[in-house]
Design a protein around this ligand. Structure first.
Ligand code: FAD
Length: 549
């Protein structure tokens, strides 16, 4: 078949399906819109589906169809256009002419996708992670949840798959980049569900993520990469001969030295020892804004009712989520207060990495069938807020460079004390928090190892608490019934993103201080979330491949 008589492809946008209709109506409606018989569609693919729940809930679809003979079509109707050339979206191929030893620190999304890209191109990268493979890590996470015993190297933030493994696995990002499609396609190739390619808000859930991590590991080793767990990188050997400053070896905690030509440092937002190493070795990094607050937990049924009204509970509707924001004025500053990482039908999880401190986050399973909805409620903070706790004993902040990290640790220490130890989290009823009174009791929560009634205002400086209290009134106006005493706040949520950015050169992606060191992903300040961290890992590895090709 020549190009000219190949089927012609079209995008058909804004096709509607109501809840009581079968998904097959979309194919019929695409044909109707094109003015052809359904049998003339020789190919049909969903491109995007999103839910519109503002009035009577309905799904909106964009699809791609192929038609054998498009000559009779005439002028294309509205919402129909020729499909983009698939060649435009092809992944760039690299053929490195040189083999180099690339060590990647961190098996989170950034490290995994960087390793994959390099290994696909024929390099043999070495991927190191301080934590354990998912089979072992699962037992360590369970020990933390059920016995209150923390392994500082392998937990909810550290280990195979990184911080996003025991998560809701939301796969959306606001970043527009062709690599996002490749990331999702790789996940599908590794066994992820194909609907993530077209759902408007794709998510995986912890149950699927664990299996995907195992498949990812196998793919990497099949491609010739070396994957090592329990490999905590505590130091680097930097070659300073001839006035240079080049990374030559990474050093593990047990003293083992691994030779390398380049290092991708994808250690995530909780790699506090690494931040300290960088700061004490004069590697350029700057404090950066992030956000802190608590995790709120409502009955999922209430969220469904608020979001879907009389349609709540109707078959075919996904478990409802929400996104809330308030822009407040705080003296001469503007403060964003917002919900973050909402987990419909999920559970609150303990995400500390250091003994004596507590912080929380959220996860859910693929089905999102749990009875509870949780979300972070956080306030944005800037570097000039980091000193708000005053002098904090025993927390070096390297002249302000690590002041954000010191701020996080202090809030986490206070929360641990308020909970009474054993990683029991302090909690407060939502209306009590709004009114500024300590809760005498709290209902049960999904959070294991358990919660204790407390006055959460003791976790943070006043401005955080006051901004959150003010925002709650706005949130209740947007979602009537949100501010209820049946909901609880659990503390503290401090690890929303990295407290620093490690400076790297815009062109070479290498640290501006150390040659051959590539800061990548969320921990280095170049991503926030599973997909955007993976994207940064790809960008950095492609830069390396360009240099070697
Ligand atoms: P990470 O995933 O943090 O990986 C860094 C890795 O480096 C870790 O495995 C760690 O063990 C390793 N490491 C650290 N220090 C060292 C060292 N010195 N030596 C060796 N190894 C080291 N994002 C979403 O987009 N959707 C979600 O639904 C979502 N839910 C989340 C739920 C939870 C509970 C948590 C904690 C996070 C969630 N996130 C979510 C955020 C997301 O997980 C992160 O943005 C993402 O994982 C960052 O990827 P990364 O590769 O940059 O770093």
């Amino acid at each position: 078949m020549t190009e000219d008589n190949a089927p012609k492809r079209f995008r058909v946008n804004n096709l509607v399906r109501y809840l009581d209709e079968d998904e097959s109506v979309i194919r019929q409606r695409a044909a109707q819109k094109m003015g052809v018989d359904e049998s003339e569609l020789v190919d049909f693919a969903l491109i995007r589906r999103s839910l519109d729940a503002r009035h009577k809930p309905r799904f909106n679809y964009n699809v791609e169809v192929a038609i054998e003979d498009a000559r009779s079509l005439g002028k294309l109707p509205g919402n129909v256009q020729p499909a983009p050339d698939p060649g435009k979206f092809a992944k760039k191929k690299y053929e490195p002419t040189k083999q180099e030893r690339v060590v990647i620190i961190g098996a989170g999304p950034a490290g995994l996708f960087a390793a994959h890209r390099l290994a696909e191109a024929g390099l043999k990268p070495i991927l190191l992670d301080r934590g354990q493979p998912v089979e072992v890590r699962g037992r360590q996470v369970s020990k933390l949840m059920h016995k209150g015993e923390l392994d500082p190297d392998s937990n909810i933030c550290f280990g195979e798959g990184g911080a996003g493994t025991w998560s809701d696995g939301k796969l959306y990002t606001r970043v527009s980049d062709i690599r996002v499609k490749h990331i999702l396609e790789t996940i599908v190739e590794l066994g992820g569900p194909s609907d993530i390619l077209w759902k408007g808000k794709p998510h995986l859930g912890t149950d699927r993520l664990v299996g995907l991590c195992k498949a990812f590991r196998k793919r990497l080793t099949d491609l010739g990469a070396e994957v090592r767990f329990g490999a905590f990188v505590s130091d680097f050997v930097i070659d300073k001969t001839a006035g240079g400053n080049l990374v030559k070896q990474v050093v593990l905690r047990d003293g083992e030295k691994i030779d390398c030509d380049r290092v991708i440092m994808a250690v995530g937002h909780s790699a506090r020892e690494m931040y300290r190493w960088l700061a004490s070795n004069n590697v350029a990094l700057e404090p950066k804004p992030f956000a802190v607050g608590f995790r709120v937990e409502h009955r999922q049924q209430l969220i469904n009712e608020i979001q879907y009204g009389k349609w709540a509970g109707k078959e075919g509707l996904p478990t409802a989520d929400y996104r809330l924001t308030a822009n407040l004025k705080d003296g001469d500053k503007k403060r964003g207060v917002y919900s973050f990482c909402m987990c419909p039908g999920g559970q609150i999880v303990p995400s500390p990495t250091q003994p004596g401190g507590i912080c929380v986050n959220g996860m859910s399973h693929a089905s999102r069938k749990g009875h509870w909805a949780n979300s972070a409620l956080v306030v944005s903070i800037e570097p000039d807020d980091f000193g708000a706790f005053g002098d904090i004993d025993g927390l070096e902040d390297f002249g302000g460079q690590l002041a954000g990290m010191a701020f996080q640790r202090e809030a986490e220490r206070r929360a641990y004390e308020l909970g009474g130890g054993g990683y029991i989290a302090p909690a407060q009823r939502l209306v009590d928090f709004r009114e500024g009174r300590a809760s005498k009791d709290v209902r049960e929560s999904t959070y294991k190892p358990g919660i204790a009634a407390a006055d959460l205002s003791q976790c943070y400086p006043d401005f955080i608490i006051e901004n959150l209290q003010q925002a709650l009134d706005r949130f209740d106006k947007k979602m009537g019934g949100y501010l209820t005493n049946d909901a609880i706040l659990v503390g503290v949520e401090t690890r929303t993103s990295a407290p620093v950015q490690v400076q790297r050169d815009d062109e070479s992606f290498q640290s501006v201080s150390v040659g051959g060191l590539y800061p990548a992903g969320e921990g280095a300040g170049y991503g926030g979330g599973i997909v955007s961290a993976a994207l940064d890992g790809l960008r950095v590895s492609e830069r390396i491949l360009e240099e070697l090709s």
